[in-house]
Every structure is written in structure tokens, then in C-alpha cells.
Design a binder for this molecule. Structure first.
Ligand code: HQG
Length: 167
């Protein structure tokens, strides 16, 4: 579902609308024919997967964040908590310390309000990890926008290096 709804709707013969939504019936048809899953299985994933990656409303579904295809999630900028966190590989640190956090292949830099979530993100990568602390209060007061996805992931265009420190 992440692959199709974030990265490759074409691979499933689907087209996302401008805000990333697709008909749930159409997605169900694809998943049922390809993987034999039922509508109930799909609803179970939407409702109970811990990361709450998807939102289903009015028979339309979209990924809450993490896209690489062009979509405008139409999120409203909001004031962030004073501090946000980002977990990453230690090997990325020299580059991040030079150029700050960049969104890379995604539409935003992904941040979390708690260290535990940042750790979960960081340990997806092999090797040692670091947790970075983002001075979100300073960023916000200096005009940077923040968004929060429907699953609580915090999003920013970038995090310039002056707002970063090793936790
Ligand atoms: C790093 C998963 C060098 C950045 C997770 C990260 C998250 C830099 C990687 C969500 C850099 C990008 C997002 C720079 C950033 N130099 N490295 N200047 N700037 N990076 O996957 O935050 O399972 O796009 O630190 O749980 O790891 O998909 O971002 O290591 O919530 O739902 O470049 O993806 O969620 O990697 O993960 P990603 P991320 P899902």
C-alpha cells in the first residue's frame, strides 16, 4: 500500500488526485486481485497498524506522508512543539552538519515530537545511529513552516544546520 500510494500508483494502474487520494474501491480491486487480501484486511491495516500511514475518508484513501510522487497534501502550517527530533545514521552526520537536514527523495524532512519515535526511524538503517534535536521554536519564530501529518509525523521543508544539535 505504501509503494502504490506514495511512490508508484502507476504500477497498480491507479492515478492519485492532486492531494494524493484514490478511490478505495479501485485500490481494493488491485490488492485483492494481486495479493488475495480482503477489504477487511485492508481496513485492519489502516485502523490498526501502529504508524497510521493511511487515511480512509468517504471511500477515498491516501498515504498520510512519505510520498515521492508529486502530491500536495494541502496541510495547514501549524506551530510545532519547541523541540522536535530526527533519528539518522551516524554516517550521515558529517554531511548533515554541513548542509542541514534535506528532504532527499521525499517532500519533507520527517521529524517526531518524541525521542523514541526518532530512534525507531534511526534503527531502520544499519550501523550506529544518532538522534538530532531540532530547535523548532527558533525555526518557527524565524519564519520556517511546519506541518503535522494525520498520523502525527512532523514535516518541514528543511532544517538548516543552525537549528540542529546532537541529542
Ligand atoms: C538523511 C519511515 C546526509 C536523513 C520512517 C535520512 C519515517 C541526510 C535520509 C519516514 C541529509 C532520508 C522518513 C544530509 C537528510 N546529508 N543525509 N544533508 N539530510 N539526510 O527515508 O527521516 O515506514 O527519506 O537523516 O519511520 O529516515 O515510510 O527519511 O536518514 O517516519 O512510514 O537522509 O519514513 O516511515 O531518508 O524516514 P528518508 P527518514 P515509513
Amino acid at each position: 500500500m505504501s509503494y502504490v500510494l506514495r511512490h508508484a500508483p502507476d504500477a497498480a494502474g491507479l492515478t492519485l488526485d492532486a492531494e494524493g487520494w484514490v478511490s478505495f474501491d479501485d485500490l481494493e480491486k488491485v490488492l485483492t486481485s494481486k495479493y488475495g487480501v480482503s477489504r477487511a484486511d485492508i481496513v485492519e491495516i489502516i485502523d490498526n497498524s501502529p504508524k497510521k500511514r493511511f487515511t480512509l475518508v468517504d471511500n477515498r484513501i491516501r498515504a498520510n506522508q512519505g510520498h515521492s510522487v508529486e502530491v500536495d497534501l494541502a496541510l495547514t502550517p501549524v506551530e510545532p512543539p519547541a523541540v522536535l527530533f530526527h533519528g539518522t545514521s551516524l554516517t550521515n552526520w558529517p554531511s548533515i552538519a554541513r548542509e542541514g537536514l534535506k528532504k532527499m527523495e521525499r517532500h519533507h524532512v520527517h521529524l517526531s515530537a518524541d525521542i523514541d519515535t526518532a530512534k525507531i526511524v534511526a534503527v531502520r538503517r544499519k550501523g550506529d545511529y544518532i538522534i538530532l534535536r531540532v530547535d523548532a521554536a527558533a525555526m518557527f519564530s524565524e519564519g520556517h513552516s511546519f506541518f503535522v501529518a494525520d498520523n502525527g509525523v512532523w514535516l518541514a521543508e528543511s532544517v538548516p544546520v543552525q537549528y540542529l544539535s546532537r541529542n
